[in-house]
Design a protein around this ligand. Structure first.
Ligand SMILES: [Zn+2]
Length: 163
């Protein structure tokens, strides 16, 4: 299993749990709003908050969960951080912490995609240095191999592209 996908799956699950908690909160808020309609101003205010909450859930779903599910970890990362901060600021602490961990996991997933050892351990990030004669970098794990090898010395993937 690709280590980046494992982190991506963890992030996806965290965002999903956060969304479910938010949804439960909004349903309770909506119910309270209906009850409070006995006092129209209060009921309308609470229902208004519930409607904003449902819009919020739609935003988190489309900009975070849906992107993670589609493998767009890079695209989901910044929205997920924004959702984490907004949740924490509005005292939705548990979803906020879940989104924050998801954001960190998305970072791990991106690192895992850039570099990982064949046995599934996270590799230190290897940033391609300017190519100096005789070696080239694996497009799969990012580690250098002799230009003459057909397979990566690090992960065993077939070397592609020109040396
Ligand atoms: Zn490799």
């Amino acid at each position: 299993m690709h280590s980046g996908d494992a982190d991506g799956d963890t992030a996806k699950t965290l965002v999903l749990v956060g969304l479910i908690l938010d949804l439960v909160g909004e349903v309770i808020l909506f119910g309270l709003g209906v009850l409070f309609l006995a006092v129209p101003i209060l009921g309308t205010l609470v229902l208004g908050l519930a409607v904003i909450g449902f819009l919020w859930i739609a935003l988190v779903y489309f900009y975070s969960y849906d992107r993670i599910a589609g493998g767009d970890y890079e695209g989901a990362r910044t929205p997920t951080l924004v959702f984490a901060i907004l949740s924490l600021v509005t005292l939705a602490l548990v979803p906020g912490i879940l989104f924050l961990i998801a954001y960190i996991k998305l970072g791990d997933a991106l690192k895992g995609e850039a570099a990982y050892y064949a046995w599934g351990q996270p590799a230190p990030l290897v940033f391609p240095a300017p190519l100096s004669g005789g070696s080239r970098y694996c497009t799969y794990c990012g580690r250098p191999s002799p230009a003459s090898s057909a397979f990566c010395a690090g992960c065993g993937a077939r070397m592609t592209g020109a040396p």
